[in-house]
Design a protein around this ligand. Sequence first.
Ligand code: ZN
Length: 115
Amino acid sequence: MTDPDPDTLKAHFLPLMQSELARLQAATEETAADRKPVELDQQSVGRLSRMDAMQQQAMASAQEARRKGRIRALQAAMARLDTDEFGWCNDCGDFIGLKRLELDPTVMRCRDCAG
Ligand SMILES: [Zn+2]
């Protein structure tokens, strides 16, 4: 495979990653209230039992942790675009391949090296 032009990669993948990042950051803001510690005051919990509220809070926090991990991966991939490292395997240095990058632009290894 011929090596792709870094500008072409950037023009294609940067907008994709920017829109995913914007979506995730919006979701983080929209769900901030769901992650607040459950109030001791039963009144504020309303019809939900305190156990339910605590379970939902734990789920929202776990989702947020996954979202934060994805945000970090996207930011790292965008930084690699800036230094023209994006798209090349971290281990063997070969081009990762457009299809693989399309599936997930944050991958850092080619299929062979990822095992
Ligand atoms: Zn490789």
